[in-house]
Write a protein that binds this ligand. Structure first.
Ligand code: NAD
Length: 239
C-alpha cells in the first residue's frame, strides 16, 4: 500500500507517535512530525530519512493557537492528520483540582479540536483524521481527568465524522490498551509484570501495533469507515 500525501503526526517525536510517523513514511507519506520536544522531533525525522523516507520536524506546543496555525501553514495541503500528542498523570479523585482537569483537557481535547478546525479546510476529499483515545475511556480509577478526556475524544471523533462526511473526510479514533512507551514507564502506580498478567495474551502492546491500526483507518482503502473508535488492547477490555 502506498500513500504519498502529507501527514501531520502530533507527538511524533516519541513512543506511539514516532512509530506512526515511521509507518506512514514507509508507505510513502511526507510526514510532518509535530512535537513539543523539538530535539526528539528532529531525531525522529532523521531516523525516517535514514530509512529513505520523507519527514520534517516541527517544534510546536499544540496548546499554542498561533504555533498550531503556523504548523498547518507550513505543512501545505494535508492528506492525513493524526492527533496523537497527549499527557497522562495519576492522581486520586479526592486530590484532583479544577486546574488538573483543565490542563488535561487543554492538551488531550481542546488542542485536538482546534487542530482539526484549522487543518480540515486544507484537506481535499479523501482526507482522513485519526485521533488517539485510550482504553481508559471505558472508565478508570486514579486518573479520572485522563480517562474522561479520552472519553471526550471518542465522542468528538463520532460527531466530527458527521460534520466532515459531506466534505469527503473521514474521522476515526484508535483507543490503545497498555502500550510500552515512556508514558507507561513513567507511571508510578503499577509495574509492568502486573500489567502483563492482566492481558488475555500475557503481552503488552507495542507502538507498532497502534501504528498499524492508525495507518489502516486513515488509508484511502478505509474511505467508508468513519466515526469509529477502534480498541487496540489485545482483548483486555473483553474480560
Ligand atoms: P509519550 O509520552 O511517550 O509521547 C507523547 C509525545 O507527545 C511526546 O513526544 C511529547 O513531547 C508530545 N507532547 C506532549 N504534549 C505535547 C504538546 N502540548 N504539544 C506537542 N507535543 C506534545 O506518550 P505515548 O505513550 O506515545 O502516548 C501517545 C498517545 O497515546 C497519547 O495521546 C496517549 O494518551 C495515548 N495512549 C497511550 C497509552 C500507553 O499505554 N502508552 C495507552 C493509551 C493511550
Amino acid at each position: 500500500m502506498t500513500d504519498d500525501r502529507t501527514a501531520i503526526v502530533t507527538g511524533g517525536g516519541a513512543g506511539i507517535g514516532r512509530a506512526i510517523a515511521h509507518h506512514l513514511a514507509r508507505q510513502g507519506a511526507d510526514v510532518v512530525i509535530a512535537d513539543l520536544d523539538g530535539a526528539r522531533a528532529e531525531e525522529a525525522a532523521a531516523g525516517i530519512a535514514a530509512e529513505g523516507g520523507r519527514a520534517r520536524a516541527h517544534a510546536v506546543d499544540i496548546t499554542d493557537e498561533a504555533a498550531v496555525a503556523a504548523l498547518v501553514e507550513a505543512a501545505g495541503p494535508i492528506g492525513r492528520l493524526v492527533n496523537n500528542a497527549g499527557i497522562f498523570d495519576v492522581k486520586p479523585f479526592d486530590a484532583l483540582t479544577d486546574d488538573d482537569f483543565r490542563r488535561m483537557y487543554e492538551v488531550n481535547l481542546v488542542a485536538m479540536v482546534r487542530l482539526c478546525r484549522l487543518a480540515a479546510p486544507r484537506m481535499a476529499p479523501g482526507g482522513s483524521i485519526v485521533n488517539i483515545a485510550s482504553r481508559a475511556m471505558l472508565g478508570a480509577k486514579q486518573y479520572i481527568h485522563y480517562a474522561t478526556s479520552k472519553a471526550a475524544v471518542a465522542g468528538f471523533t463520532r460527531s466530527l465524522a458527521l460534520e466532515l462526511a459531506p466534505r469527503g473526510i473521514t474521522v476515526n479514533a484508535v483507543a490503545p490498551g497498555v502500550i510500552e512507551t515512556d508514558m507507561l514507564r513513567a507511571r508510578s502506580d503499577t509495574d509492568l509484570g502486573a500489567l502483563r498478567a492482566m492481558q488475555p495474551g500475557g503481552t503488552l502492546g507495542t507502538p507498532e501495533d497502534i501504528a498499524a491500526a492508525v495507518a489502516f483507518l486513515g488509508a484511502p482503502e478505509a474511505r467508508f469507515i468513519t466515526g469509529q473508535v477502534l480498541l487496540v488492547d489485545g482483548g483486555r477490555s473483553l474480560g
